[in-house]
Design a protein around this ligand. Structure first.
Ligand SMILES: [Zn+2]
Length: 390
């Protein structure tokens, strides 16, 4: 791709150019325009294509096929037309910051651990796969060292060494390379064969944040954000932390402690609620008459309490079968049915659910789930199905 007409290699900071259309044909992706020279970088080496304009026609994608760079445009631009091209510089510079940042991180991981970058994708985040596992502390160390390369503003050098010269250079590469190879060096961090566009010194990367890591195959998959993306991410976290800190009345750097306190208070409240519910249900049970079949409808009681209550109705109160319902929105009831009778409850569940728009199941001793029917219908159907004739 290192031809004379690839202006983005002569000057990676060039945003505008003049060119002549050599050919223009329509294919499934739109109008395919070939120019005598271009600043538009085609998708490649993990870096997405440049977008922009040729005169007033939008360029939506750029691809390279057999050493020819194809600009996909929204309208036809006939062969012979003189065009002024402008790339979307914010988009391109974002890719330059993130691509160089990725090289710095990959170079440092290679220096420290000898792992290779085995997968690279630039989307909403920069996703990179490495051939070995790194734990949280190791990742923090990599991130700190990567940012030190930025603070010391290490130069980024691009050259095309001969094959003999290349043998002496310990550069990273995904495959065996022959012919002209473009080597991108970030001093003191990385040497890598790469066809992408890069910033001229590490300082322009601004900031590197590794925002996630997870096991992937036998190594680790990381998400990185560099430059403005990293800055925007930190701003988002700060806004988030500010909202949390306001809610918790806790300084922004103490929100985690605030959340722990809140969580402890919530657990205490839950414990109290469980206790109160249990007292309430016991009292309710005392007032209720025992019978072969009892049904009770509650509001806002969680399932564990419903189960304990139904269990007590059978085992303590001595009811034959107990159905405990809890009212939810839109005419839906949660149910727990417990029996001490040999009525084949597990099998009955299917018929009961069928008649009450229900779902759920369980054993011959207990079934649970939801019904979607009127309370009176539920009562009638359950009585009919659960009260044996003998
Ligand atoms: Zn690269």
């Amino acid at each position: 791709m290192a031809n004379m007409n690839t202006l983005f290699y002569q000057d990676q900071y060039r945003r505008e150019f003049d060119a002549v259309v050599l050919s223009c044909s329509e294919d499934k992706k739109g109008w395919a325009v070939v120019l005598d020279q271009t600043v538009f970088y085609p998708e490649g080496g993990g870096q997405p294509a440049d977008h922009g304009f040729l005169n007033d026609v939008k360029v939506t994608d750029v691809r390279e096929k057999n050493d020819v760079i194809i600009h996909y445009t929204e309208k036809e631009i006939p062969a012979g037309t003189n065009v002024h091209g402008v790339i979307d510089w914010n988009r391109r510079f974002d890719f330059m910051q993130n691509h160089t940042g990725e090289h710095i991180v990959s170079g440092i991981i290679h220096q420290l651990y000898g792992y290779e970058n085995v997968g690279f994708h630039m989307g909403d985040t920069i996703q990179v796969d490495y051939s070995g596992w790194l734990d949280t502390d190791q990742i923090k160390e990599v991130e700190r060292k990567a940012n030190e390369i930025i603070w010391t503003n290490q130069p980024v050098i691009i050259d095309y060494p001969s094959e003999e010269e290349r043998e002496q250079i310990p550069y990273r590469s995904k495959k065996e390379l022959t012919g002209t190879v473009r080597i991108v060096t970030v001093q003191n961090a990385d040497i890598c064969a790469c066809c992408g566009t890069h910033v001229r010194s590490a300082g322009e990367v601004g900031l590197i944040k590794i925002i996630s890591s997870e096991k992937h195959k036998s190594g680790v998959r990381m998400e990185l954000l560099c430059g403005k993306r990293a800055f925007d991410y930190v701003c988002m976290l700060q806004d988030n932390a500010h909202d949390i800190s306001t809610r918790l009345c806790t300084p922004m750097d103490k929100t985690a402690e605030g959340v722990v306190r809140l969580d402890e208070a919530l657990q205490e409240k839950n414990r109290q609620l469980t206790e109160m519910t249990s007292l309430y249900l016991q009292e309710r049970m005392q007032k209720m008459a025992a019978g072969e079949f009892v049904m009770d409808v509650l509001d806002g009681v969680e399932r564990n309490a419903m189960r304990r209550y139904a269990d007590d109705l059978v085992k303590v109160k001595g009811c034959g079968t107990a159905a405990v319902l809890n009212r939810r929105e839109n005419g839906v009831f949660e149910y727990v049915i417990i029996t001490q009778k040999d009525i084949g409850l597990r099998k009955l569940a299917r018929d009961i659910n069928g008649r009450l728009n229900g779902r759920g199941g369980g054993s011959d001793e207990m079934i649970q789930g939801t019904f979607s029917a009127a309370e009176e219908t539920v009562r009638e159907v359950l009585r009919e199905m659960l009260v044996s004739d003998d």
